[in-house]
Design a protein around this ligand. Sequence first.
Ligand SMILES: CC(C)(COP(=O)(O)OP(=O)(O)OC[C@H]1O[C@@H](n2cnc3c(N)ncnc32)[C@H](O)[C@@H]1OP(=O)(O)O)[C@@H](O)C(=O)NCCC(=O)NCCS
Length: 163
Amino acid sequence: MSDVTLRPMRGDIIAADDSAAADIVAVSAIEHAIPSGLSTRPLPPAEYAKELTTNPQAWFVLAEAEGAVVAFAWLQMFYDEAHVMNIVTHPAWQGRGVGWQLMQALLAEARRRQAICLTLEVRAGNVPAQRLYAKCGLQVVGRRKRYYRDNSEDALIMTLGLG
Ligand SMILES: CC(C)(COP(=O)(O)OP(=O)(O)OC[C@H]1O[C@@H](n2cnc3c(N)ncnc32)[C@H](O)[C@@H]1OP(=O)(O)O)[C@@H](O)C(=O)NCCC(=O)NCCS
């Protein structure tokens, strides 16, 4: 497993500190390094800034290694359910245990927020992500037909009860 450090994405200091903007730039760069049709669409930097500064139900965690951000994940609370909005590891760092560590951090944060479950949508063809989620205990509980607008791919709904 790779030696990475996890930390929350900076946001509360966005107006005062360039490090917040640096986090957003780093996350955007990772998103754009992923081939389209695998993850969700990259979020414009301004939308990250808005989420970070105005949405207390959102939580972003970064993984750093060798002085750079190499992965990130985004948790969103909907009432008492925690939803994984996105999780992405830079291609150069995939397959080294970073995604698993991020998922553990999301699960811990979801429990801290007293979520009854952790749930997400994943492309039906995205086997690496499905295996990661299964390894973390999530199970397929449903399917949303033609959920992804870019290629009309179905989404599998995966969830893990936390009660
Ligand atoms: C899905 C993703 C986040 C996994 O991150 P990662 O850092 O590579 O994951 P890890 O190295 O921690 O792997 C954890 C588990 O995931 C599964 N996995 C990861 N990569 C895999 C691959 N290429 N093929 C099959 N299973 C894979 C395995 O079960 C692995 O456990 P193992 O090493 O014991 O076999 C990464 O592949 C990624 O960023 N993909 C593109 C973006 C994306 O699809 N995000 C998910 C949106 S729903």
